[in-house]
Design a protein around this ligand. Structure first.
Ligand code: DON
Length: 569
């Protein structure tokens, strides 16, 4: 009897211990992304991620997968995925070769400096944001062909076919996609002279299937005729007809002349990490390096994640870096951008010399220009690593959500509103509140300044991280935070992606923050230092990959702020 009782007690204790241990494990276990040995794709949409993964499994490399994902996103994620926009690739091949491709849109040949000003010289607000005049000459299709030529391994046809199938067979809408489409319905109807396929009488709901037969036909022309299937012939004619119907200015010459540009990546070190970033016309690589080099001498690891001191110092750096962005950065084919100087140790120690650890520097004392900032969210980033260790980081955009909202009649795709990324008038903020001047003034054939920051990190000469995000002007600071979250705050890739974020961009002079980013004590402390804090919705929607110590991959997609999905094998 006694023996039986002893066994029962011992058994119960063992069970309790087991339960407690697994509870503790649950609490302490870091939140990990998807772990896989060979390859990983992290993108904004589950169907596009699956397309990329299938290509990797078929033996395609990271660049093949990137091309397939770009075309698939144009179908399944039309708010940002595109063939009517542009973007940037930062790459690293397994042998350590690095570089970048600029397939950013260009200002049409008929554009001119004051095209968004009225007779009194004031900016006509919506002209660079909605409708035909907002569109730059698309670069994405040309970009995909250049990537394929230099880095691809499978036939291009195999990389476009999955997108054609998705467009033909239909895409099942997620809750967010359905809401996005419903939200834009009025604009779609007002801006287009025909009814775009994204509009129907009754509201879209989750689980609905949306078909894109015209887009499928355009993709088939691209598959069969190569880039000429977009920049010449039927599709080009449709774009030009669309321009004529809506007072736009993109011509056949603009389309036939479009060329992407290979550029040297911007490279620098953060501690023992090598940072490989996108050069101008993106401000991303330069600004990110300035920020990382600026923070290097501060012990934010011991100050802690989003503590008063950490947030203050990051804000002070961001204030100065965004002032530089507005002054010095633009398309290097048109404006001499002093890249080397901007990221040099000498310049940066001087630039950051007046930072105080105790009080904020008012933005006016750094530069005396203007203000603004409106929320918008659509651009998309994807990160891919293959089994050889090749890495592709692509950020691609049509700028605002669904771009200019102009769908090319008969061709089934949306045109960008990237012209708003130019400085329409010195000092007048664009839709992201960003100001600029001469460096980013409109000129025919010029590319508008971007904040997109596709980035690759190496550690000890080996691939360490592939990272990027949408978010307009918040892209640079989101990537900055995500890198520090992993390197300094010991987070997993997934935790770093999920972590709540904040943002400062010189003007307006305030810290935007996601409500859960700071506790009330930190908010009070920052306000006492002179900072103004403004809560906003989401900041960042990252898709990132980290290489673990054992060489396996952690794929992290932001499924807290979007439908983003990572898949590996
Ligand atoms: O190139 C840029 O910086 C912008 N056109 C990016 C736009 C963007 O990220 C929109 N929202 N998420």
């Amino acid at each position: 009897m006694n023996l039986q009782r002893t066994w029962i007690i011992l058994g119960t204790l063992a069970l309790l211990l087991l339960v407690c241990w697994s509870c503790l494990k649950e609490v302490n276990e870091p939140l990990s992304g998807v772990i896989a040995e060979h390859g990983m794709v992290s993108s904004a949409h589950p169907a596009a991620t699956k397309v990329g993964l299938d290509i990797l499994k078929q033996g395609g490399n990271a660049f093949d997968a990137a091309i397939a994902v770009q075309f698939a996103l144009a179908v399944v994620y039309p708010s940002a995925g595109n063939i009517g926009g542009g973007g940037f690739l930062v790459f690293r091949q397994t042998d350590g070769t690095i570089g970048s491709l600029d397939f950013r849109e260009k200002a049409p040949l008929k554009s001119h400096r004051d095209m968004y000003l009225d007779e009194s010289g004031a900016v006509i607000r919506d002209l660079s944001i909605k409708g035909h005049l907002a569109a730059g000459v698309p670069g994405s299709v040309n970009g995909m062909f250049r990537i394929h030529e230099k880095l691809g391994s499978l036939p291009m046809e195999d990389l476009i076919t999955p997108a054609i199938q998705l467009a033909r067979n239909g895409v099942i809408l997620t809750e967010r996609e359905a809401q996005r489409l419903n939200h834009q319905k009025t604009d779609f109807i007002q801006i287009n002279h025909h009814t775009p396929s994204l509009v129907r009488d009754q509201p879209w709901v989750v689980g609905d299937t949306i078909f894109h037969p015209e887009l499928a036909a355009t993709l088939i022309r691209i598959r069969d005729q190569g880039e000429d299937g977009f920049y010449k012939g039927v599709t080009a004619q449709m774009i030009v007809d669309e321009m004529e119907a809506g007072n736009g200015i993109i011509t056949k010459e603009d389309l036939a002349n479009y060329q992407s540009t290979w550029r040297d990546a911007v490279v620098g070190n953060y501690k023992s990490f090598r940072v490989i970033g996108m050069p101008p016309p993106s401000s991303g690589g330069v600004a990110l390096l300035q920020l990382l080099k600026g923070i290097e001498s501060y012990d934010i690891k011991s100050w802690g994640f989003n503590s008063k001191k950490t947030v203050h110092i990051m804000t002070e750096l961001e204030r100065r870096v965004y002032a530089d962005r507005a002054t010095y950065l633009g398309d290097p084919d048109f404006f001499e951008v002093p890249i080397e100087t901007l990221v040099s140790d000498n310049y940066l120690s001087e630039r950051f010399a007046d930072i105080s650890l105790n009080t904020k520097t008012p933005s006016e004392s750094i530069k005396n220009d203007l203000l603004g900032m409106v929320e918008s969210l659509e651009t998309t980033h994807f990160s891919i690593v293959d089994t050889e260790g090749n890495a592709a980081a692509i950020t691609t955009t049509i700028n605002g959500s669904f771009g200019s909202k102009v769908m090319v009649k008969g061709a089934g795709f949306l045109l960008n509103n990237e012209m708003d990324d130019f400085s329409a008038k010195p000092g007048v903020p664009n839709m992201f509140g960003l100001v600029g001047g001469e460096a980013n003034a409109i000129e025919p054939g010029k590319r508008m300044l971007s904040s997109m920051t596709p980035t690759i990190l190496e550690k000890d000469g080996r691939l360490f991280m592939v990272v990027g995000t949408p978010g307009g002007s918040t892209i640079i600071t989101s990537v900055f935070q995500t890198i520090l979250n992993v390197i300094e705050h010991g987070m997993t890739m997934q935790e770093a992606v999920n972590a709540r974020k904040f943002h400062h961009q010189w003007l307006p002079d305030d810290i935007k923050f996601e409500p859960e980013a700071f506790d009330s004590v930190t908010i009070n402390e920052l306000e006492q230092m002179g900072h103004t804090l403004v809560p906003i919705g989401n900041i960042g929607r990252m898709d990132a990959i980290r290489v673990l110590e054992n060489g396996w991959l952690e794929g992290a997609a932001d499924n807290t702020r979007g439908d983003n999905t990572a898949l590996g094998y």
